[in-house]
Design a protein around this ligand. Structure first.
Ligand code: TXA
Ligand code: MG
Length: 455
């Protein structure tokens, strides 16, 4: 009987390996497709053009073209916010569902005020938030003026406005002198772009202009803006997405300057636990979870308006199966039967590209196929600056045979007790890593293996 159990377990292990292998091959196929895409980009089918000219970029925006431009958070893919045809092309080029509203970028508080329709109290809060956090990585969602095309608001009647801090973004917005709707300039669901080249490799087959960042660089914040919604009826300022302005900074500012408004948190926290995974899906009531490595919008998704942005379980995701690495005190000893029973097969670390935080997994550098630390001193702000670039770096290791990406669970394990800096940026960083892993986690087991946790 023992032998039969052992052989059944062996079979289960092999089946599970096969599943993972197919999973990896699915990733390989997708990678191949994207490699072929970039080959054809270099082979002549490329339509996107780099430019360094603000004038050319500004003129293109005014004339209904799409322009990818650097900001202090990530690259945006911009279009004239009142040109419906141009706006629709954003969705087409990104493969983004029309249920996802666009942030409108402005060059002044006065321009922002013209896009919203709020009562005196609401306007007062918008002005004081703007005076404090703009230009900068804060998006304020408020009731929109009727003239704004509904494709910007996804039919919600509310518009997100942001005055970016990046010098070139400001110069472009001033030169164009129009409000510019711009989501991040990546394929829908993929890793956000922080370099002109990232935009080219995601969207290069489309007829767009890509404004190259000056020597001074771009995307120092590295993750997207914090999104808050100004709700006049309930006198709440609702935090919808964590980002460049930390929740703790907003909370203490609101206490002193929020007047009748109180800050309410609707963005889920991402601890990497299965409980928070459930929260990521269920607290975003109108959002849809898309548990594949790179989601494509379904007809169902098209119909559902999202109240809370950035809540899809899969977002910012590399085209390779990715997991948050949970840290136990020591690698667990795994017996084949236990692993087979849980429906998981051990995966070899030598096939994994590993991203670390604060050197917690540095012993994996010797075993993993590739290893990089987002910040060896566990500085969350520095890690946020690099996270999307490093996710793309890890994804590219697929060409060298990487089958998995392991990501740091920055809020879990012994991280809480170790010394870190800029901790107020940890929740937003954790959110990006959690969604890049589609909420999946894994743990180390002995002898150079890891096991994906049951989903
Ligand atoms: O830092 C950023 O915010 C970057 C740069 C380019 O400005 N933009 C960006 O855009 O991240 P996007 O579209 O990738 O993400 C913006 C999120 C979306 O998930 C969208 O659902 C949400 O903000 N959003 C925009 N307008 C909204 C609205 N009217 N109501 C609720 N959510 C909104
Ligand atoms: Mg985005």
């Amino acid at each position: 009987r023992g032998r039969r159990v052992a052989s059944m377990c062996g079979l289960a292990t092999r089946l599970a390996s096969l599943t993972l292998c197919l999973n990896a091959q699915h990733g390989t196929a997708k990678r191949l497709a994207s490699t072929l895409g970039s080959m054809s980009i270099t082979g002549g089918a490329r339509k996107a053009q780099f430019t360094r000219s603000l004038e050319v970029a500004a003129r293109s925006l005014r004339d209904g073209g799409l322009v990818a431009f650097p900001t202090e958070t990530v690259y945006g893919l911009g279009a004239h916010a009142f040109d419906e045809k141009a706006l629709l092309r954003i969705f087409e080029v990104k493969g983004r569902p029309k249920s996802d509203p666009l942030i409108v970028h402005v060059h002044s508080l006065a321009m922002a005020e013209k896009l919203v329709c709020v009562n005196d109290e609401g306007m007062q809060l918008l002005r004081s938030l703007g005076a404090m956090f703009w230009p900068g990585p804060l998006t304020i969602v408020a009731p929109a003026v009727a003239a704004l095309p509904s494709v910007v608001t996804a039919g919600s009647g509310a518009v997100g406005v942001r005055w970016p801090a990046h010098e070139q973004a400001q110069a472009l917005l001033k030169a164009a002198d129009i409000p510019v709707a711009a989501p991040s300039a990546n394929r829908f669901g993929h890793v956000s772009p922080t370099r002109a080249q990232h935009v080219m490799s995601d969207l290069g087959l489309h007829d767009i202009l890509i404004l190259e960042a000056s020597e001074a660089g771009c995307c120092d914040v590295g993750i997207e803006s914090t999104v808050v919604k100004l709700d006049e009826q309930s006198q709440q300022l609702v935090l919808l997405r964590r980002g460049g302005i930390p929740e703790s900074v907003l909370a203490s500012w609101m206490q002193d300057h929020g007047g009748p408004f109180e800050l309410v948190i609707k963005a889920p926290s991402s601890s990497g636990s299965s409980a928070s995974k459930a929260a990521a899906v269920t607290t975003a009531a109108p959002a849809v979870s898309a548990p594949t490595a790179s989601p494509s919008p379904s007809a169902h998704e098209e119909e559902i308006a999202q109240e809370a942005p950035g809540m899809l379980l899969t977002h910012y995701a590399p085209d390779v199966p990715s997991y948050l690495l949970r840290f136990a005190a020591a690698p667990a000893v795994v017996c084949e039967a236990a692993v087979a029973g849980a429906g998981e097969a051990p995966c070899e670390l030598k096939h994994a590209a590993v991203l670390d935080f604060g050197g917690r997994a540095k012993e994996l550098a010797a075993v993993a196929m590739a290893y990089r630390d987002l910040s060896d001193v566990a500085d969350a702000a520095a890690a946020a600056t690099r996270v999307f670039e490093f996710l793309r770096w890890a994804e590219e290791k697929q060409a060298l045979g990487a089958r998995y990406v392991l990501l740091p669970d920055v809020l879990g394990g012994d991280a809480a007790s170790s010394s870190r800096c800029n901790d107020e940026h940890l929740p937003a960083l954790a959110d990006r890593l959690y969604r890049a892993a589609s909420g999946r986690s894994a743990r180390l087991v002995e002898n150079g293996f890891f096991v994906a946790d049951a989903e």
